[in-house]
Design a binder for this molecule. Structure first.
Ligand code: CA
Length: 222
């Protein structure tokens, strides 16, 4: 749809410029970020409709950027990766990317993927701000979580942790990843264990979905 906003996150200026030109020709509005830090700033400021996200970026890499965004947002993300190894593809999808394109790509192919992902996303607008994981439902707009029909009595910190786990349901998150976006006085990853313990107690019948993954961290089972 014309006027939709695309954020291109790519440190190779030549590639970014070509993508921008093709996307503008399709009627998209385009913003560009050359590193992960700027990407997060623009994502917050411009709330794009889709993000083209290079995997290998200076300072904050694409996986970290996607993880950060996915903790609170279902904005469509297409990963751009220079590597063809399967595990990189899986890493890209494991962080919640909607699609990926391997370099070298044709700009036309990227534009086609952008259209396809946006089409798919527009059919999910209603559910886009919710995570449903097993009997758990996390409503990001209402800042509310439910187990079945029961609304859970959890703190803002617990809510953010649950939302981060739900955004990547089935994937084990390291304690460090659960610290991101903190607003209170976490100083120690062990504090995470205490918060998770309290959170689990508050999940009621859904408590067993929150699993400890030994040596890694925590996972929300689907
Ligand atoms: Ca790069």
């Amino acid at each position: 749809m014309p006027g939709e906003r695309i954020l291109i996150v790519e440190d190779e200026a030549r590639i970014a410029a070509v993508l921008e030109r093709y996307l503008r020709a399709e009627g998209f509005q385009v913003e560009r970020a050359g590193d992960g830090k700027r990407a997060l700033e623009l994502w917050r400021a411009a709330s794009p409709d889709l993000i083209l996200l290079d995997l290998m970026l200076p300072e904050i890499d694409g996986v970290a950027v996607a993880t950060h965004i996915r903790a609170t947002s279902d904005v469509p993300i297409i990963m751009l990766t220079a590597k063809v190894e399967e595990d990189d593809r899986l890493t890209g999808l494991g962080v919640g990317a909607d699609d990926y394109v391997t370099k070298p790509f044709s700009p036309r192919e990227v534009v086609a993927r952008v259209h396809a992902v946006l089409r798919r996303a527009s059919g999910q607008v209603r559910s886009a701000r919710q995570h449903a994981v097993g009997a758990l439902r996390i409503d990001l707009d209402a800042f509310a979580a439910y187990c079945g029909e029961t609304r859970l009595d959890i703190s803002p910190t617990q809510f953010r942790m649950l939302a981060a786990l739900a955004a990547r349901a089935g994937v084990a998150l390291r304690r460090q990843e659960l610290l991101e976006g903190r607003t209170d006085g976490f100083t120690d990853v062990r504090t995470v264990d205490a918060h998770v313990k309290n959170l689990r107690r508050r999940l009621g019948a859904c408590a067993e979905q929150l699993e400890t993954v030994r040596g890694v961290g925590y996972r929300l089972r689907t």
